[in-house]
Each structure stands twice: as C-alpha cells, then as structure tokens.
Design a protein around this ligand. Sequence first.
Ligand SMILES: Cc1cc2nc3c(=O)[nH]c(=O)nc-3n(C[C@H](O)[C@H](O)[C@H](O)COP(=O)(O)OP(=O)(O)OC[C@H]3O[C@@H](n4cnc5c(N)ncnc54)[C@H](O)[C@@H]3O)c2cc1C
Length: 418
Amino acid sequence: MAFPGPSADAVVIGGGVIGLSIAWRAALRGLSVTVLDPAPGRGASHAAAGMLTPVSELQYGEESLLRLNMASADRYPAFAAELADASGLPSGYRACGTLAVALDADDRAVLKDLHAYQERLGLASTWLTSRECRRLEPMLSPAVSGGLHVEADHQVDNRRLVAALLAACERAGVTLVRARAAALLTDADRATGVRLDDGTELAAGQVVLAAGCWSNAVEGLPPGTLPPVRPVKGEILRLRVPEVFAPFLSRNVRGVVKGGSMYLVPREDGELVVGATEHELGYDTEVTAGGVYELLRDAHELVPGITELPLVETHAGLRPGTPDNAPVIGAAELPGLVLATGHYRHGVLLTPVTADAVAELLAEGTVPEVVRPWGPGRFTAAPRDAATRPGTPSGPGDTHQDRSQGPDQEPHKEVSYA
Ligand SMILES: Cc1cc2nc3c(=O)[nH]c(=O)nc-3n(C[C@H](O)[C@H](O)[C@H](O)COP(=O)(O)OP(=O)(O)OC[C@H]3O[C@@H](n4cnc5c(N)ncnc54)[C@H](O)[C@@H]3O)c2cc1C
C-alpha cells in the first residue's frame, strides 16, 4: 500500500487528555508520534470538572475500578510536576481534599452507607458533624446535616492540563495534525495507518484509538474490535468568585441533595465549577434551562451565597461510556491497534495511569498489571458471573431517577457524580 503522507511509529486518533498524554509519554520513550484531532482538547476534556476523587466517588461493586482509580490518583503529583516542568506551564493540579455533605436525613443515610463501605475497604475518610463541616467550609448552609472529609481526594484544572499537555507534546516532538481520522487502514492482518477526511493516508507502526465517545465512528475497525462507546451528556457551569468573597470554598464540595447529587470545584484562580447533569441523549450538547436550573437550585441549597457570584459559562460535554462504564485500555485483537477510550466519568483522573500503560505497550509491548483487567478482551471473553466482572455497574446508591424525565419515558440511568 502506498502512503503519500508522513509516517510515524505511532499515530494517535484523538487529542483529548487521553490521546495527548499518551502521545507525550510515548514520545518521551523515543517513539515518533503523530496526534490527529480537528479540535484538540475541546471534547469531554474541556467540559470536565477535573475532580480526582476516587474515594469520594466510590460506588458499590466497583472495587476493581477503584484499584485503577487509586493507582492513577497516586501518580498525579509526580505526573503533574513532570508535566509542568516539561511544558513550562502550570499543570492545574491542586491538592485540596474533598468534603461530601448531606442535607436531610435520607441524604445523610446515603453518605453514612458510603462511609461504612469506604471503611470496609480500608479507605481514609472521616465523618464530620454539621458544625465541623461548616468550620471547614463556612459558606455551607446551616441545613447541612453532616459530611465525609476525604483529605486525599484532589482536583486538577482540566483546561490547564490540556494546555500543558499540548505544550509538552510540542516540546517532545509530537506532530499535531488538525484533521479528522476517517478510517483505520489495515492490510491482511494488522493496522497499518490512518486515512484522513481529505484522503491523505498516514502510515503508522501502531495506531492508538483515543477518540472518546466518537471512537466507534472511525471506519475500518474490524467488527467486535471495540465495544459500543456511547456519549453521556453532562451540563456544567463555571462561575467566578470575586476577590471580596474569596476564598468562597477551599476544597471540592460534593453534595447529596434530596437523593440527587452534585459538586462544586473551586479553582485557585477564582473559578468555581458546578456540575453536572447526566443524560443519555445521543450527541446532543445543547445546554438546557432545566439543566442550569437544576444545578443552581441544588448548589444554592448547599451554599446559599452562590447566587451572588457571576455565572460566566454554561457548557455541555459528552462522557465516553462503555457497557460496563469502565475504560478500555490495551491491545486490540487486530495487531498494531491499541485502544484507550471509554473513560466515562473518570478520564481526567485516569490520565496518568492510562498514558503510562499505553506508552509502555507501544514501546515495550507489555502492559502494567493494574490495567490488565481493563483490556477489550473482557467484552469478548465467555460470560462470567456479573458480580465477578471488573467494573460491574454499581449497585444501590449510585443512581437516581432523572428529575426532568416525563412519566411516559423509559427511566434512564443517572449516575450520581461527575
Ligand atoms: C460534565 C463533565 C464532567 C466531568 N468531570 C470529570 C471529573 O471531575 N473527573 C474526571 O476524571 N473526569 C470527568 N469527566 C470525564 C472526562 O472528561 C472524560 O472521561 C475524559 O475527558 C475523556 O477524555 P478523552 O481524551 O478520552 O475524550 P475527549 O476529551 O472527548 O477527546 C476525544 C477527542 O477525540 C477527537 N476526535 C473524535 N473523533 C475523531 C476522529 N475521527 N479523528 C480525530 N480526532 C477525533 C475529538 O475532537 C476530541 O478532542 C467529566 C466529563 C463531563 C462531560
């Protein structure tokens, strides 16, 4: 096959946090890397809140995913420091801790259950009274009835992270092509490159598919290569804390409000991120009045002073969700093709562990033990007892009915956080 375009050791389809971090880490291992993306960093990675909260977001039945989440959280400080150094830009990482609070007795019961579960798994979290919560965060409503403090759950400003990854990629010699990959090129038994929308063909030793919720739209994937990756819409708000109110909040605040849940993520530069809704509506990214209303109503219940703050942005992004809501990281059955997609609600958190694992796979042909349960093989292997499957969708406490759905609609899943 003739390749008129340039060739690379690895071509990465998709320049979100996953594709860019893989490209950077692979380039550091000496590979020549090209990233393809018509709008790098503008997908879910732009929308996200950037919480790094594996303990606060623990869900029933996800112990296996917790191991992966914790492994990535553990890597963040070193990863962020290295990234800041390599890019000359701030990574956006902030070690601030997380406080999850409850309002009424039912919400409190949900948090108490979570606390018991965390303790059973040996995770560090502390139950606080209403007064102790307000001592930590004086802007909280007096109606807060108690909460869980997780000192080790932090945040990263995902937009700064993207900017730093782009700069680090450039400095490491990664080629960024602002174009869409139309199709995977294959010969008899392996992936050989990518065809762009304009027909240009790029040859590649290996191709990494990291196109978030658009991963299945790339043509030429042999049937069964990738499980369906679906878009899960999330509306999210950005407010600004004027100097006079600073510090409005000092740590991530998550709230269970009348069975629903939401979060507030304060940045060091005065931005306050409030999120997020969760709906499965295909590729729709319209921000609705209902979504904004719901978020502000619940945020106001937790932190009444929020209505004083300027609302500077409303946005909606699409989380990439797989059938078991866990990522797909590893070699595809087709030699030369590597998958790194489906990171759903945890893609920002999972960036360091995914990047290092895929870079190792590209350079050495091996993957670290911690990501092995998350390869594509789990969707094609013989069915096992669902309870033993990694990433089994979570049990009670993680979902609630979408408040906006009409009586005639099928209920759809609404997961609590992120
Ligand atoms: C509202 C919201 C809040 C969230 N909050 C958090 C959070 O607090 N913590 C957390 O860890 N995660 C959070 N997430 C999830 C996180 O944002 C995602 O898991 C993560 O960004 C996925 O990264 P990605 O690089 O795989 O996908 P994306 O960022 O979506 O990137 C995919 C890229 O692929 C490109 N692309 C698509 N098709 C092609 C093609 N054919 N050719 C070339 N390029 C292509 C797109 O342009 C895009 O840039 C949140 C998500 C949302 C929507």
